[in-house]
Design a protein around this ligand. Structure first.
Ligand code: DAH
Length: 345
């Protein structure tokens, strides 16, 4: 009998030691069970009557030890709980507060316009070519038929890297034409989206950084008619099926002939409004047949191959599409401005 009862107390001591209540209510349950007025040790203490006299002292001490272990454990549990609460309040965390909803972001108008343009040309079989923004003089200018003393260099004020006359921030995505043509033989059919830089005074209408999408198609027998049809299809997809285009003769050093393309005003349907400055037309891009000299510069046989190219500004189209009156808004990244635009066009 006495061996058994000693064993029982020892078992309870083990139970107390290994108990691990954490929450406040669990710790209270622990207290009630081992230290409360009807705790499990009390009846065991009563059992001392049935213990042989010479063992009474040991038994009494064992039960007392159980009580002390329970008291120490309870204190330890309470301390742990309090310090966790202190920690939380020290960091000002209200563990009972409901979580804050995560706000969904939205796409930048530039990205929306850019993605739409890419999508349209990809469906026509154009691959996307992305290239470096820090470019050398040859790819940005010389290969594109704009040698050192060419007056067309003044058309684009250039940021050169510090102490360099060779490395610059590309002034147009036309540099990607040279990158692709020097490494790939025709057929070539790419669009090149990306950021470009020009030393311009920043105003509501101009910025020193903006984005362009370049297009390039080189193969045997590519004609101006191909260019015109491709651009008409693009314009209808981008600005609506009733959109008309017109090409005005222009000048770019890398194309011959060169043109600027207008679309019929999608705001007033060419009736005249302040978007089209009451002309009914809005200028969208520059284009032309790739100058044979550019093909030769880049190692492509101009007797065998011909091609067209075009380049368009992204900010300009975003501003027109969304009727934004200041280009600088596109570079401020104020979420209150940005979240107005839904993600697709
Ligand atoms: N690179 C020209 C610019 O920055 C745009 C351009 C015009 C690109 C005609 C072309 C093109 O490929 O054929 O203004």
């Amino acid at each position: 009998m006495s061996v058994e009862i000693f064993g029982k107390v020892n078992q309870i001591i083990e139970e107390i030691k290994t108990a691990s209540p954490k929450a406040k209510e669990e710790i209270e349950q622990f207290r009630i069970k081992y230290l409360g007025s009807k705790n499990v040790l009390k009846p065991l203490m009563g059992e001392i009557r049935n213990i042989a006299n010479e063992q009474k002292k040991d038994y009494g001490q064992l039960v007392n030890q159980a009580k002390q272990v329970a008291e120490a454990k309870f204190q330890q549990l309470k301390d742990a709980l309090e310090s966790a609460a202190e920690d939380a309040s020290a960091h000002n965390i209200d563990l009972t507060a409901p979580g804050e909803p995560i706000e969904l972001g939205s796409r930048h108008p530039n990205s929306i316009v850019m993605n739409r343009i890419i999508e349209i040309f990809q469906r026509m079989g154009f691959a996307v070519a992305e290239e470096r923004e820090i470019e050398d003089d040859w790819h940005n200018f010389t290969a594109m038929n704009t040698p050192e003393d060419h007056p067309a260099r003044d058309m684009q004020d250039t940021y050169y890297l510090k102490d360099s006359t060779e490395m610059l921030l590309r002034t147009h995505t036309s540099s990607v034409q040279a990158r692709v043509m020097t490494t790939t033989q025709p057929p070539i059919r790419i669009i090149a989206p990306g950021r470009v830089y020009r030393n311009e005074t920043i105003s509501a209408r101009a910025h020193c950084q903006f984005h362009q999408v370049e297009g390039l198609y080189i193969d045997e027998g590519v004609s101006f008619a191909d260019l015109k049809q491709t651009l008409l299809h693009f314009s209808k997809e981008m600005y609506g099926p009733n959109t008309r285009i017109r090409l005005r003769p222009s000048y770019f050093p890398f194309t011959e002939p060169s043109a600027e393309m207008d679309i019929s005003c999608f705001v007033c349907d060419s009736k005249g409004c302040n978007i089209c400055k009451y002309t009914g037309w809005v200028e969208i891009l520059g284009c032309g047949m790739v100058d044979p000299q550019v093909l030769e510069n880049c190692g492509i046989d101009s007797k065998k191959y011909s091609g067209y190219a075009f380049g368009m500004g992204i900010e300009r189209q975003a501003i027109l599409k969304y009727k934004i009156n200041d280009i600088r808004l596109l570079f401020e990244n104020d979420v209150r401005f940005l979240k107005q635009f839904s993600s697709t066009l």
